[in-house]
Design a protein around this ligand. Structure first.
Ligand SMILES: [Zn+2]
Ligand SMILES: [Zn+2]
Length: 173
């Protein structure tokens, strides 16, 4: 039995006995077994199992491609713009290191805007800065503040935010 996600949140299940379409949210399958007994057929169970195992996206997800490593990753169904896999994404609040300067920063937000379209206050695209030449122009921009700018009595929201191509920042463990 093989399971493939369709583009409309349903799944195709191919078996030796036939090919069926499963709608996980509604708990329906197009197989005769389901039509006759209205029971949870083996196709429904198989799709649910593969979603749990992470081998196919959940109904509210779709397959996307990480802008840093090119690996397939599950992203929200309606996600648009540049995406990152779990290995290359950052959580807001994560402490990271800038590969160019070695400075520490705190991540504020991971955008889905590409480095070649995201503009700084100067009106220049992030990707056009010479220090970003070694990082992908198609990568999403990560907004961060310098750790040294965070002081007692000053919240992260009051610090100047800077945008970086995702792979220019590395996680600090
Ligand atoms: Zn079925
Ligand atoms: Zn990746």
């Amino acid at each position: 039995m093989t399971v493939r996600p369709l583009r409309d949140r349903r799944y195709v299940v191919e078996t030796d006995g036939g090919t069926y379409v499963v709608t996980l949210d509604a708990g329906t399958c197009t197989c005769p077994d389901h039509a006759i007994r209205g029971s949870r057929c083996k196709h429904l169970r198989r799709v649910a199992m593969e979603v749990t195992a992470g081998s196919v996206p959940a109904p509210d997800q779709r397959v996307g491609v990480c802008a840093v490593c090119g690996a397939e990753t599950f992203v929200p169904f309606d996600a648009s713009g540049a995406q990152l896999c779990d290995r290359h994404a950052f959580e807001p609040g994560a402490v990271v290191r800038d590969r160019e300067t070695g400075k520490r920063l705190v991540v504020v937000a991971v955008t889905t805007e590409r480095a070649d379209t995201y503009r700084t206050e100067e009106g220049r695209a992030i990707a056009d800065y010479p220090t970003n030449a070694d990082y992908g122009a198609h990568e999403p921009v990560v907004e961060a503040v310098y750790a040294e700018s965070i002081r007692p009595g000053r919240s992260v929201a009051d610090c100047d935010r800077y945008g970086f191509p995702a792979s220019r920042l590395s996680r600090v463990l």
